[in-house]
Design a protein around this ligand. Structure first.
Ligand SMILES: Cc1cc2nc3c(=O)[nH]c(=O)nc-3n(C[C@H](O)[C@H](O)[C@H](O)COP(=O)(O)OP(=O)(O)OC[C@H]3O[C@@H](n4cnc5c(N)ncnc54)[C@H](O)[C@@H]3O)c2cc1C
Ligand code: SF4
Ligand code: SF4
Length: 384
């Protein structure tokens, strides 16, 4: 559909270049801004046609016209910037000091402990986390206390439209907000921070902390359900999932024990959009958290996190957590940060290769700008 000015409408641009191009990450940044964009299961769909050429739907989409260089130079301290993993003020191995929290958390419980602290200290009035149903369908959930935060701890590997929940909660006027976000969601929120909408009414100013998760991929819900069925796993019985470092398998915990599914089978369930994603460490979050890598023992590692502190906001919260004894940190063994950077660089190169394969030309990098210095750096060996 063309707009009144004779140009393609924003909705049409989003449909052609993101939704129909399999680039939609399901972040939810277009939802609850525009009434016509909605989430159906784990897909973003357009309900009605719209002819606005400056519609809100594509304003913050992380797969539409990204200027990484501008985002980095505007939102990060240039002295902290690294090409592979973005801004690094501090880097730790960390875990929650509360052993009960560690038991229910995915790894060391760093994310939940930090959000609990932000709530109890009044930094935020609510935290947006991910809540799932019995079919592994996720939604952003507004947690206002320790109990609801802990109830939703743990990783779910299907997508959660977290930014849709932020758009809704920020418009409700219910105070300051913290968000737990995957890298693509943190990127959408960074676009909002950089250039809010004129009629935003200060929504983005309510965003006080973004805790990012390291992320390799998410799984498409329908394909994942089919895989579970094939392995005789009822989705409603799943109590947790993990990807042990170095084990090339997805471990599914259920009420009646663990099932291990080889990556060879899991790979076909990965959301197509994740193949074109450059960010594995949530570079635009205030603090980023992932699983720990050290030594050879997964049993020891699984109880710890890697934590990157990226912004002054992030530093303030982590310093407070250390001061209050909420978090425990240890020095990362030599070479661990280097390993993280190498893995992050590899994700960037692979994503760029996939982008070029998709577009058919090194001159067309879909949502990225090919004159961006960061993009150029990782494009060096990619030819077409
Ligand atoms: C889809 C996905 C892929 C990941 N891939 C990697 C990886 O490749 N390498 C790595 O090191 N780490 C990865 N992680 C991060 C890792 O699984 C842990 O989340 C992280 O180590 C924090 O552990 P924790 O014990 O501090 O988390 P917890 O204290 O248990 O808190 C986890 C928080 O994440 C929220 N959450 C759960 N699922 C989602 C979701 N789908 N979307 C948004 N928020 C969610 C929960 O609601 C909770 O608030 C991934 C996480 C997800 C969700
Ligand atoms: S804003 Fe997010 S959910 Fe909407 S089209 Fe873009 S990637 Fe998909
Ligand atoms: S791999 Fe990238 S696109 Fe996929 S969920 Fe993670 S951050 Fe989003």
């Amino acid at each position: 559909m063309v707009s009144k000015a004779g140009k393609p409408s924003s909705q049409e641009i989003l449909k052609k270049n993101v939704l129909n191009a399999d680039l939609c990450t399901g972040c939810g940044a277009c939802v609850n801004l525009c009434p016509y964009q909605v989430i159906y299961h784990d897909r973003t769909v357009q309900l009605h046609r719209c002819d606005l050429d400056d519609g809100k739907c594509r304003a913050f989409c992380p797969r539409w016209e990204i200027d990484l260089d501008l985002l980095r130079s505007s939102l990060c301290d240039s002295a902290d910037l690294t090409p592979e993993i973005g801004a690094v003020k501090d880097y730790y191995l960390s875990r929650a000091t509360d052993p009960k929290l560690r038991e229910i958390a995915q790894h060391g419980g760093t994310v939940t402990a930090l959000m609990e602290l932000a709530l109890t200290e009044g930094v935020i009035d609510s935290a947006i986390v991910s809540a799932g149903n019995h079919q592994q369908e996720q939604r952003g959930f507004k947690a206002i206390d320790k109990v609801s935060l802990q109830k939703n701890a743990g990783s779910k590997f299907t997508v959660s439209p977290i930014v849709a929940a932020f758009n809704q909660i920020a418009a409700e006027n219910s105070g300051n907000v913290g968000v737990v976000a995957t890298p693509c969601q943190a990127l959408a929120l960074a676009k909002m921070r950089l250039k809010p909408l004129q009629d935003d009414a200060g929504h983005i100013d309510k965003l006080k902390i973004v805790i990012g998760l390291f992320c390799g991929w998410t799984l498409a819900q329908e394909k994942f359900q089919a895989l579970l069925l094939l392995n005789n796993i009822n989705p409603a019985t799943i109590t947790g999932m993990d990807i042990p470092v170095g084990k090339k398998a997805l471990v599914i915990k259920t009420g009646s024990g663990e099932k291990i599914i080889s990556f060879d089978h899991v790979e076909s369930c990965i959301r197509e959009a994740c193949r074109y994603c450059l960010d594995s460490t949530a570079e635009f979050a205030d603090i980023s958290v992932g699983s720990a890598r050290f030594g050879n023992e997964w049993e020891e590692m699984r109880g710890w996190n890697q934590m990157i502190v990226r912004t002054a906001r992030g530093s303030k919260l982590v310093d407070l957590a250390l001061h209050r004894g909420i978090l425990e940190v240890r020095k990362a063994p030599d070479g661990i940060l280097k390993e993280l950077k190498e893995a992050a660089a590899e994700k960037k190169r692979t994503a760029l290769e996939n982008i070029v394969k998709k577009s058919g030309s090194v001159k067309n990098l879909l949502y990225l700008n090919n004159s961006d210095p960061l993009v150029k750096k990782f494009m060096v060996k990619i030819k077409r």
